[in-house]
Design a protein around this ligand. Sequence first.
Ligand SMILES: [Zn+2]
Length: 345
Amino acid sequence: MLIPSATKYSSYFTLKSFTMGRMTLLLCAHILTFAVLSFASPPNDAYPSGYGDDSGSCRRSADDLLPLRREVYDDGRIFDISHRYREDLPSWESAEGLGQFLWLPASMKNGSLANNSEMKLPTHTGTHVDAPGHVFDHYFDAGFDVDTLDLGVLNGPALLVDVPRDKNITDLMVLLQLQGEMFPKVMDYAVQLMLPSRLLKCIDILCYCPEVMKSLNIPRGVRRVLFRTLNTDRGLMWKKEFDTSYVGFMKDGAKWLVENTDIKLVGVDYLSVAAFDDLIPAHLVFLEGRITNIINTNNAEMLQEIILVEGLKLDDVQTGIYSVHCLPLRLLGAEGSPIRCILIK
Ligand SMILES: [Zn+2]
């Protein structure tokens, strides 16, 4: 909201203040009337408590006002699966978290006519979306930014699945031995199994391997899948310190999904879709595939890359089919954007 400068518009605001003062009185009267009329009705949980009470005064002290912050709306029908932007949100490779991202340069307490805050935020913070320009410089130069992402993909029926995380060490060894290329990694981790975090990491890699993706039995035709993993169990998005042992896709797991499913939207529950040890390759597989197909086959069905939504808040939501709605900001030239995502039953 742009506010005209105080000097230039002082008379406007004097007049406006007078008018506003009268309006406020009228509004008070209306609120009080409403409060009396609605005295016998159950409280409406769509509004913060403290609204329209019968205390006889419209002006409440800050201590009395308590905004309602919710994760679930409309009697359990709508789930907010975006993380709230807060200073202790984990930030990529930082031990300190996001830190201050919001300032109030124009404050009513300091005489401004209105509060006007400013923010500075890495575009890949918290719940966010990646555009192809994130990992392909030629796509970045060509303008494949978040403004080009298809809202038709970001909105529609979606499957929320739990990625298995109960594999024991025996399963782990058997499955990893099936993948010759990963065997050196097994040996690497085997010597460190006494360290819990490394053990978790070992299981994490297993979680997104092709065998486990296959075991999820995601039917053809499913275009949007949100993967809930050990990241959610471990509450990683609630921990300030960035954790490299998060669950993420390895390149071969990503490749399996691209080649064997119709998924166009992949949602994950930590800051990157790709495992820390295989960061770029899995991103490349997801973000390149469909665009290459445009050039090679000119097939209209294959026009889209896969859209990656990262840092989702999937706590306390049951697995199953929902309607997902994700809306990124229209940041021209940006390869990432904060995104608000909800699930509707
Ligand atoms: Zn990202």
